[in-house]
Design a binder for this molecule. Structure first.
Ligand SMILES: CC(C)(COP(=O)(O)OP(=O)(O)OC[C@H]1O[C@@H](n2cnc3c(N)ncnc32)[C@H](O)[C@@H]1OP(=O)(O)O)[C@@H](O)C(=O)NCCC(=O)NCCS
Length: 244
């Protein structure tokens, strides 16, 4: 969580974090796609902007940051219940969305659910029509996410899970899931589900290797004889009689 600052406090007067109610409804309920604020829960618009800027090296002129900042605004305004009060923000969003599309070549429409710390490297030729993009995903230039066939329902789009790294020119289409921690090679055309921790390349894309998750360190506490398993950021203490 980004620490609270004076700026945050000022911004909090205008900006309300997305509530859990806003977020809980299933994204796949197509008819309501885009009818709610899908920004990450518990963060104000201001906090999201600051985090997105930090993800883009605190460079205000990075086009990826602009695309995300406008996307966050597009979602935030959906948290304003009154259509009348929302209208000026909707007009502002639509103008800024077109500005980013025309000047940066990045189409990231607000109904795409986007996680935290997503990094958009470079710009140009990016049509990012996924159902959702997870936390810490990296996306490069000339990537396309969307439906696989003309006329397909707009919900038949990919889900990109957390920490996926997508090479330039990749095309990911259809109602598929790219498993977390996977790498999609430059110019791959992905048409099928990709399991987590995969490296996937080619046309059509195939999994060429499976990555090893970070090594689990097993520690035995000398005092209690208690077993602790630590994997990356998570630390799991097994219940009595348990163990891994
Ligand atoms: C997919 C990727 C991450 C794989 O990297 P890696 O795990 O180091 O894989 P390797 O280089 O060992 O390649 C393994 C095999 O896949 C092939 N391969 C790698 N990337 C490929 C790609 N994008 N398309 C087709 N084949 C590819 C290699 O030729 C090699 O084939 P071989 O075993 O027959 O020799 C990397 O090649 C890639 O495409 N990165 C994208 C980088 C990018 O977009 N940069 C833009 C910066 S602006």
């Amino acid at each position: 969580m980004v620490p609270s600052t004076v700026d945050d406090n000022i911004a909090a007067v205008f900006v309300k974090p997305a509530s859990a109610d806003d977020m809980n409804a299933a994204h796949a309920v197509d008819d309501r796609l885009g009818e709610r604020n899908q920004n990450p829960v518990g963060m104000s618009l201001w906090q999201l902007w600051k985090e997105d800027l930090a993800t883009h090296e605190n460079d205000l002129f990075m086009q990826g940051f602009w695309a995300l900042a406008v996307h966050r605004l597009g979602n935030w305004r959906m948290g304003i219940r009154s259509r009348v009060l929302r209208a000026p923000f909707s007009i502002l969003y639509k103008i800024l969305y077109k500005f980013v599309e025309w000047t940066c070549g990045i189409s990231l429409n607000y109904p795409v659910k986007v996680g935290r710390r997503v990094r958009i490297w470079h710009h140009g030729g990016m049509i990012l029509g996924a159902r959702s993009i997870g936390d810490d995903v990296h996306i490069r230039q000339n990537t396309t996410f969307g439906v696989a066939r003309r006329g397909d329902h707009r919900s038949l789009k990919p889900v990109i899970e957390d920490r996926v790294d997508i090479g330039c020119g990749a095309v990911i289409v259809g109602a598929i899931t790219i498993g977390h921690d996977s790498q999609i090679g430059a110019n791959a055309v992905v048409l099928k589900d990709v399991p987590p921790w995969s490296v996937c390349v080619g046309v059509p894309a195939k999994v060429i290797k499976t990555l090893q998750p970070p090594v689990a360190a097993t520690l035995v506490s000398p005092s209690a004889g208690e077993l602790k398993v630590t994997t990356g950021e998570t630390s799991l203490a097994p219940t009595a009689g348990g163990g891994q």
